[in-house]
Design a protein around this ligand. Structure first.
Ligand code: F0G
Length: 457
């Protein structure tokens, strides 16, 4: 059959509050044109993030009831541990309340102001955690990964030659570890090939540098390898996942993505000395080593989520639904980052709104209009988010994108048809969209709490 169906039935539903354009215009005005400030009840289709927004399965809800809340040595921890080890066989496993807590502990222990950390592209919390130790976060994704229009099956790949050059120039002693983010979220949710993971490992081995994987979307990455990389078509996803992690010395993980859970994460590694220090740090900041910042029931939900996320019918549906949206956008001429990523479709707002200069935040203007027109909440990833430099000067970000992230197992194809129709409508009226300005902004992370208005108000 050509039609790929959602491989689940829906047993429990949440109503969507329908709103009119007039109501939404008022809501967004009262939120100072910042989508993070909206109440989510006022949103029809929430594509702000795929993080922590997954629908849990009946099995996960059932598992919650078996959660054991013992402070130390809970059986829920051991079930969680065995589910993680089944996919990522690292020696030491440290649960945390989410991904950034794992990053914070890791970099507090391994990085200092003399250090640099290479990565294909650091996610913003990863970068912030590296930089908060005074270390430098360096992005070395391949050239194709920096251009939204170039087609390449693995646009998240590390530039191997650039990595070697960087290590030679910077000096091995200044690089405590190298990272690979799968899939490459900040670069458009693009996958990394097994060949590239292997080559990155080879370079790291040559210089004796440990390789850590930012594993948030490991299952989606494995599915892309199965679909696109020669030699993997008949390999079960579970084996692709195991091979991926066999090349690494450790990982950080947010269970809010491919853990199919609403909270959780972990740090895992083989280095005993680091693990001991990380555990001590965990106890100081998160909680005892058999629960991290989580309750026993959260650990149970993650354990089941890890079994479900490598199900191939699920992954087939998951990636097909993202591609469905991207293909339709392409057909109606909406410029997007190509090819579609795993968890999100990224609209190229700079090409969508060529009459709005980057310093008037075309991404923000588009994101606001998608909300006004159809109650869709996406997220600007562009000059509003990245344009402000630490010295207070402003410059255009590399790209101006609007990310429509698709929560796992939450929306149906009809919801996506609605999203396509709304984007089509806004595209038809694009010449009427206006540039925006900040009317109030904090010194850092201004996109979360800043206030906007239209330039010609
Ligand atoms: N690494 C990557 C690649 C991520 O995408 C995220 C979160 C994190 C680390 C941090 O994990 O949120 O559990 O602390 N990404 C979310 C997003 C927030 O919307 O893309 P966390």
């Amino acid at each position: 059959m050509k039609t790929i169906i959602e491989p689940f039935r829906i047993k429990s539903v949440e109503p969507i509050r329908m709103t009119t354009r007039e109501e939404r215009e008022q809501c967004i005005r009262e939120a100072y044109y910042n989508l993070f400030t909206l109440q989510s009840d006022d949103v029809l289709i929430d594509l702000l993030t795929d993080s922590g927004t997954s629908s849990m399965s009946a099995r996960q809800w059932g598992a919650l009831m078996t959660g054991d809340e013992s402070y130390a040595g809970s059986p829920s921890f051991y079930r969680f541990k065995s589910a993680v080890k089944n996919l990522m066989p690292f020696k030491y496993l440290i649960p945390t309340h989410q991904g950034r807590a794992a990053e914070s502990i890791l970099f507090t222990v391994v990085a200092n102001e003399t250090h640099s950390i290479p990565n294909n592209t650091h996610f913003d919390t990863t970068r912030a955690n590296v930089e908060s130790q005074g270390a430098e976060a360096v992005d070395l994704v391949i050239e194709e990964g920096r251009n939204p229009e170039t087609e390449h099956p693995f646009k998240g790949n590390m530039d191997i030659a650039a990595l070697e050059r960087f290590i030679e120039e910077r000096g091995v002693e200044n690089i405590p570890l190298c990272m690979l983010t799968i899939t490459n979220n900040s670069g458009g949710g693009q996958p990394v090939s097994m060949e590239n993971i292997r080559q990155t490992r080879e370079v790291c081995d040559r210089y004796g540098i440990p390789l850590f994987i930012d594993a948030c979307r490991f299952a989606e990455n494995a599915w892309f390898i199965k679909m696109r990389e020669p030699g993997y078509q008949d390999t079960p996803v579970v084996d692709i996942v195991r091979e991926t992690f066999s090349y690494a010395d450790g990982c950080t993980m947010s269970a809010k993505k491919d853990g199919l859970a609403n909270i959780g994460g972990w740090l895992a590694m083989n280095n005993e000395e680091w693990a001991v220090e990380c555990r001590n740090r965990l106890i100081l900041t998160e909680g005892f080593s058999t629960y991290g910042g989580l309750s026993g029931r959260d650990l149970e939900a993650i354990a089941v989520g890890l079994e479900e996320v490598v199900d191939e019918d699920y992954l087939n549906y998951r990636i097909a639904s993202t591609q469905y949206v991207a293909t339709h956008f392409d057909e109606i001429g909406v410029p997007i980052m190509k090819p579609a990523g795993g968890h999100a479709v990224y609209i190229d707002a700079r090409r969508f709104l060529p009459h709005i200069p980057p310093l008037q935040y075309p991404g923000q203007s588009l994101a606001v209009e998608l909300y006004k027109e159809g109650g869709i909440r996406g997220c600007e990833i562009g000059t509003a988010m990245f344009g402000l430099r630490p010295d207070g000067k402003e410059e255009p970000a590399h790209m101006d994108l609007v990310r429509l992230a698709i929560p796992r197992r939450m929306y149906t194809q009809a919801h996506m048809d609605y999203v396509i129709e709304v984007v089509d409508q806004v595209f038809t009226n694009r010449e009427n969209l206006r540039g925006m300005k900040f009317v109030r902004q904090p010194k850092a992370l201004r996109h979360f709490t800043g206030r906007f208005d239209y330039v010609d108000h």
